[in-house]
Design a protein around this ligand. Structure first.
Ligand code: HEM
Ligand SMILES: *[C@@H]1O[C@H](CO)[C@@H](O)[C@H](O)[C@H]1NC(C)=O
Ligand SMILES: *[C@@H]1O[C@H](CO)[C@@H](O)[C@H](O)[C@H]1NC(C)=O
Ligand SMILES: *[C@@H]1O[C@H](CO)[C@@H](O)[C@H](O)[C@H]1NC(C)=O
Length: 214
């Protein structure tokens, strides 16, 4: 995977390799949806990045819902987050633009082969915050089942709502051929990892905001 080697050099040049202590994300208030998001701009090519934004309830206990917002350049075919910080044994929430429709889907893999649809999580694409223009597409979706999952074997992994979590993303330049959430996806061209702060992603009025944006 020549691209991955290339990207790790790129990450060093950009100074975006994590030291493992401080998170790589920062906080934004989205005026359109009203959510406070913790965001990370993931470089997938020189000068191009995909922004991943995460909002969670505050306080968050047990298996909590989260809202994921993806802002991607039009050139992005599909992209998504691996919530366990690796491709296998975790929910993979992916999105793409089909015509003018933002589509989202959750998959899971137990090997480095095409992931299957994952039934342990459900997505609700929010009307507000899901859109496209001449340069970007954007999807905002609530996920129930992305923050807590059975990893390898019977190990239950719950993402730390009060700290930072190691996440991974993947990007493909090839768009899935339909708007079905079960559409076939091509293998990624680039993937990488970062530490995302969830402690700063809290929203006291989370449920109300989901309602407002539905
Ligand atoms: C058709 C779908 C997919 C195929 C065929 C595929 C295949 C592979 C293969 C062969 C590798 C190993 C590459 C290497 O060792 O250099 C890999 C790694 C990886 N893939 Fe995928 N993949 C797919 C979808 C996804 C999705 C949807 C995600 C996340 C949203 C993802 C995230 C990753 C990550 C983070 C790695 C790095 C190794 C790891 O952390 O496990 N992949 N993939
Ligand atoms: C994992 O454990 C948490 C905390 O006890 C629980 O809320 C959640 O439902 C469990 N998740 C799964 C997938 O079993
Ligand atoms: C296009 O959409 C993106 C993502 O929503 C946004 O950041 C950008 O400002 C928009 N561009 C214009 C010209 O409105
Ligand atoms: C996070 O902190 C809040 C407030 O201190 C607490 O109610 C909650 O249980 C904590 N959640 C986790 C997952 O530790």
């Amino acid at each position: 995977m020549r691209w991955n080697l290339g990207l790790s050099y790129l990450a060093v040049l950009l100074g975006s390799v994590s030291g493992g202590i401080a998170a790589d994300s920062s906080v934004i208030q989205d005026p359109e949806t009203g959510f406070t998001f913790s965001e990370y701009a993931a470089a997938y090519a020189i000068g191009s990045s995909i922004t991943f934004r995460i909002a969670i309830p505050s306080p968050a206990t047990g298996a909590y819902d989260l809202v994921l917002q993806i802002v991607a350049p039009i050139a992005v075919g599909w992209t998504g987050i691996a919530w366990g910080g690796q491709m296998i044994y975790c929910p993979l929430t992916i999105g793409w633009l089909s015509g003018s429709t933002g589509v989202a889907s959750v998959r899971r893999a137990t090997s480095h082969t095409t992931p299957a649809l994952y039934t342990g999580a459900t997505l609700q694409v929010l009307r507000t915050g899901t859109k496209t223009n001449g340069t970007h597409w954007q999807i905002t979706a609530k996920c129930s089942g992305c923050s807590s999952f059975v990893g390898s074997g019977t190990t239950n992994k719950t993402l730390n709502a009060n700290g930072s979590n190691r996440l991974a993303f993947a990007y493909s330049k090839t768009k899935p051929s339909s708007s079905s959430s079960a559409a076939t996806i091509n293998v990624h061209d680039v993937y990488n990892y970062w530490d995302h702060d969830f402690a700063s992603a809290g929203n006291a009025n989370f449920a109300q905001l989901v309602q407002q944006n539905t």
